[in-house]
Write a new protein. Sequence first.
Length: 305
Amino acid sequence: MATIDELDKSADNLVRQYRSTYTYLLKRLEYQINNGLSESQSRSILREIQLELSKLDEQAYKWSYEVLPEYYHSAIDTIDTNTAMLSGANVIGGSLVVSHRKAIEVAANSLYTDLAKNTQYMSQQAKGIIRENGKAIIDRQVVTGESQRKTKRDLKDALVTDGVTSFVDAGNKEWKIGQYSSMAVRTKSRLIHNQGTMNRLQEYREDNPSNPNFDLVQVSSHGSKCWCGEYEGMVFSISGNHPDYPNVSSLPNFNEGHLSFHPNCKHVLMPYMEELRGKGKTVSSKYLNTSIKDMNKMHYAKTKG
């Protein structure tokens, strides 16, 4: 079973492919602007761009349905491995039940739909740029009398500066394809891993209702400089009934169906079994039931103070 670090390397490779395709697309658009290509030549470039985006779409599909599920399997494997070392607990093992398969299917569909949608949006923008740049050159020459060379230079500068947007979110923030693909892949991978952790632990709690080892999770650690770093290594209770550890739902942005601090967060939830590891860390109460906005304020004050 691949580790999270190994899976993340695969994710990084996918994001690099997105960025590489994006760079290629910009170069082809710049070439079209620079040479004032004919309509037939422009159509040829569009076909080239569509081919590259289709290849990218195939990679996204493959990664979403073959690699992303491994984050879920990795979480389950970790819990089963730890459970094998506990006294009085039997490893569930066996094939995945319907709830697991459904969670994996939903996550894979969600990621691929997001990536495909944004690739398509970028494709539409590329078409618009190619079709409109010739008209822009002619119009500006007629209205301002400026040279074709200057107009082309301005169009290329705008292309390099503004790029090609692949997604506009609810806050009207524009995302480039490299930025968005990185955020989407990172976020979805953490969400599906954490969902796998929670679902497997729930199965064990159903079979071992009085065993506290299946009620605890620990936030992973990687030396984050973001506000979520305040929770690294801290242990939380899934039920909220543990005498020592706070409810996992007291974490910022954590609620039923959403198990991540913020988009692009690297943290995952890991099983924490007291029988194997003893007493765990508890987070300061000031970081419980706190909004992301307030956490950002506290983190800013702390780092600047």
